[in-house]
Design a protein around this ligand. Sequence first.
Ligand SMILES: [Fe+2]
Length: 361
Amino acid sequence: MIFRQLFDDATWTYTYLIGDPVSKEAILIDPVNTHIDDYLALLDEYGLKLKFSLETHVHADHITASGLLRQKLGAQTAVSSLCGAETADIQITDGQVFELGESEQIKVIATPGHTPGSISFLWRDRVMTGDSLFIGGCGRTDFQGGSASDLYDAITQRLFTLPDDTLVYPGHDYQGRWVSNIIQEKTTNPRLAGKSKEEFIEIMNNLNLPKPKLIDEAVPANRYCGLEEEERQDAIEQRDQGQSKPKISTPDLVNAAKQLVTEVDVNKAKQLINNGEVLVIDVREESEYEGGHIDGALFLPRGVLEFKIGTIPELADKSKPVLLYCRSGNRSLLASKTLQDMGYTSVLSMAGGYEAWSKAS
Ligand SMILES: [Fe+2]
């Protein structure tokens, strides 16, 4: 087996390389964009072919290299389906297994709490915990849709139920430590050892941490696998025209969302808006919104929806009926599905989007 723990000292981030020496297939977990050349050199050194680039979650402190690794090496990018990173090739679900060659299996364990889409990867005797569990700590839960209650359950019910000697490899460490194990965290982690759920929540609610420096740049970029702005626009346009690149599975997601979201046509939408029965949300990008939008529509781009929604007071009440629209009706289906997953109970998506609306006006 080949296992390497790599470190980005600008953001204190750990990246993991796992390689199968027989098949020569490899994965990277949480690669950082500024280290792309290091990864290429390392893969070359071992003669490995990168099969997957996996994320433990959408990061707020660094930009992922996964989009670049896909471009350069054809590696498939994979993020939890709950992260809203719809340009990723694979939308990961709990229990999913990634295989390298005939014998190596990397299993997904859903560990929500730091973000709703946070996951850990179990491989052989070790678990890569991302920001769900750190050595003597854990990821914060005060932004990106975090939940201290969910994190407590994830750590105590999913991670602490692994064998005691399972090695814990975290997504960050700020004190130069690199590995721990389950029993050590169970017995010495100051946030968790002997702590009830209520005590843990109390601790998490009083951390008073500053906002990460890169969050406004990193989170939107990571929703697009770290791709540059122009490349993102391409990916969006291809997706809306149903011409995604072969490895992008967004049309499947759109079709899946279609089964779960209620759509209304422009006429019905007009009627609801005129009667003041819905709150209208434009989920397109800023340039599209500025080019014209429905009067009174709230601006909440799909790419940052989960992260910005908490800042919009009108959306605090999850039972309030909302109507979402985009350019042609696909992105708003995905955004509607996300809102439903977040607990919004009365969500409508406008079929045909702003194009249909403009034609009908
Ligand atoms: Fe994080």
